[in-house]
Design a binder for this molecule. Sequence first.
Ligand code: CA2
Length: 146
Amino acid sequence: MKILILNGPNLNLLGLREPDIYGRKTYADLKAYIAAVCRDEDIGFEIRQSNHEGDLVDMIQEAYGIFDAIVINPAAYTHTSIAILDALKAVSIPAVEVHLSDISEREQFRQVSYAGLACIKTFKGLGFEGYRKAIEFLKEYLSQGV
Ligand code: CA2
């Protein structure tokens, strides 16, 4: 079982600004957290981040035939990108959306998630733990052979 973890724009800046919303831990901390979860769960994984919409689309397309599932935090592209939505639909790989913050409790423009329309589940407002829940959910989902 191999899971691709994709992170969108500015998540590489975690811990540097807006600690009240995103916490004080850095992107390196997030990668270490995800790696530890995947090792504990005995899951193969790759973690990637890009600030560019097209790169994220490329990464989703390239996942086809290689990864069994995708965990994606598209960051600001969540609320704008039909290209990412279409890519997720095109590859048809089971995907789970994660947001560190609770986007449903924030500004109006964060209330829409295009990517979420192609995802089987969303975890929001749980900080790093949302990634763990997404990985555990996908492990269970894939083990059921659906
Ligand atoms: O809550 C989330 O995980 C988000 O996907 C984070 C995005 C935001 O645009 C989404 O609405 C919700 C922002 C990514 C990180 O932004 C930072 C900004 C300043 C300092 C550090 C990170």
